[in-house]
Design a protein around this ligand. Structure first.
Ligand SMILES: *[C@@H]1O[C@H](CO)[C@@H](O)[C@H](O)[C@H]1NC(C)=O
Ligand SMILES: *[C@@H]1O[C@H](CO)[C@@H](O)[C@H](O)[C@H]1NC(C)=O
Ligand SMILES: *[C@@H]1O[C@H](CO)[C@@H](O)[C@H](O)[C@H]1NC(C)=O
Length: 362
């Protein structure tokens, strides 16, 4: 009898697990392609535009060429074969016709060798523009800080932050010239990270760097990915890619984070950008995960792209509605992020191109 009960429980558990997995992978989904206005691929980016952020004057800083230990062998082979490198790019939303430019990083302590940039945060501080970039270095994950030199289109390397709490980082949000939050995406840097993803293990956290040390700032998280500060700075919106949701955290006076809400999105969100005008949330998403998985395995395989805008109430904590701004599986593979400036939008990808769109539907 006991055996039959245990067998029944195991069967139910594994059926639920498989069903959840099938739904997560999106085999059942159909997409209809649409655009918010005229769109075109921006020349000059062929291997990724994973994360981006736009300044008040429309300068958009973009990370290109993400790589790292947790990518598959075939991804790394593709990366080597096409001589992809980690780069920081600039696109001026005021002058979209000028296209995208690479910024040269200067400073003799900086190394391009294993420069695999991922999440980015831009801080405008006393006339300076500072960039904080998550980098998957061979030996460790870091947050590296740069100053933008507009006249020469250079980035001056300033500082590297790392620590034992930084395992596999994903994104960074600057809160001051010396302080920031970062998402710890995976705990394991080796192949055991697959177990975290598969079994929904909450082994990540949001970390806070207070100017000298990292501390754990949140409850444990499951694949905490892109995130951003609310317009009033009181809340932090954090994507859980595995949980298919956006978590809303309140910032306490000591910078600890208390979860106040969760917004399910029924797609796999990647990076999040807060629209500075409205406080709404732009999400780059992977609507059909099994296609994204194929694309990650062999980047010539197509994957779908989707941009959602989550409209938030005046308190900034609750959802009032969702607009799908963009959906495509023909021209742009594997969207990770979108940023808005006036009626202009840029959409980035893992290891594919970058799209520019006019937005006439908001
Ligand atoms: C930062 O955190 C560490 C560890 O909690 C603490 O010892 C240190 O005093 C803090 N520094 C600042 C500037 O708050
Ligand atoms: C906002 O969301 C929270 C958490 O889901 C809920 O408790 C609260 O009632 C909501 N507030 C409003 C005004 O809808
Ligand atoms: C905003 O928060 C206040 C105080 O918690 C609450 O009374 C009010 O209903 C909220 N407004 C909305 C639009 O959720």
């Amino acid at each position: 009898m006991l055996f039959r009960i245990l067998f029944g429980i195991a069967l139910a558990a594994s059926t639920t697990f498989i069903l959840k997995m099938v739904l997560y992978m999106g085999y059942h989904k159909t997409l209809w392609n649409h655009r918010p206005g005229k769109c075109h691929i921006v020349e000059g980016i062929d291997y990724g535009s994973e994360d981006m952020q736009t300044t008040k004057s429309g300068l958009t800083f973009i990370t290109s060429g993400v790589n790292g230990g947790f990518f598959s062998q075939s991804y790394k082979e593709y990366y080597e074969k096409h001589k992809v490198r980690g780069r920081i790019m600039l696109f001026n939303m005021e002058k979209p016709e000028e296209g995208v430019k690479e910024l040269t990083i200067i400073g003799n302590k900086f190394s391009y060798d294993d420069f695999y940039p991922h999440g980015i945060s831009v801080l405008e501080d006393k006339g300076k523009v500072l960039l904080f970039v998550v980098v998957h270095r061979k030996e460790q994950d870091t947050v590296e800080k740069f100053e933008f030199l507009e006249k020469t289109l250079e980035l001056k390397y300033l500082k590297t932050h790392t620590g034992t709490l930084a395992h596999v980082l994903n994104d960074v949000v600057a809160t001051g010239p010396e302080t920031f939050y970062a998402t710890d995406y995976f705990y394991y840097r080796d192949s055991r990270h697959v177990l975290e993803a598969l079994f929904g293990l909450h082994f990540g956290h949001i970390l806070y760097y207070n100017g000298s040390d990292f501390t754990i700032a949140s409850e444990p998280t499951y694949l905490a990915n892109g995130f951003g500060l609310s317009k009033n700075g009181k809340f932090l919106y954090v994507v859980s890619s595995g949980g298919q949701k956006v978590m809303v955290f309140k910032r306490e006076s000591n910078n600890r984070l208390t979860k106040v809400n969760e917004i399910p999105v029924d797609t796999v969100p990647d990076n999040l950008v807060v629209d500075p005008k409205t406080g709404d949330l732009l999400l780059g998403c992977h609507p059909i995960v099994f296609k994204t998985a194929h694309h990650l395995d062999n980047p010539v395989e197509p994957a779908a792209s989707q941009v959602l805008m989550l409209h938030m109430d005046s308190n900034g904590t609750n959802l009032t509605g969702i607009t799908e701004l963009f959906s495509d599986d023909l021209e742009l593979y594997g969207s990770t992020v979108a940023t808005l400036y006036k009626n202009r939008m840029l959409i980035g990808t893992i290891l594919h191109k970058m799209m520019y769109c006019e937005v006439n539907i908001l």
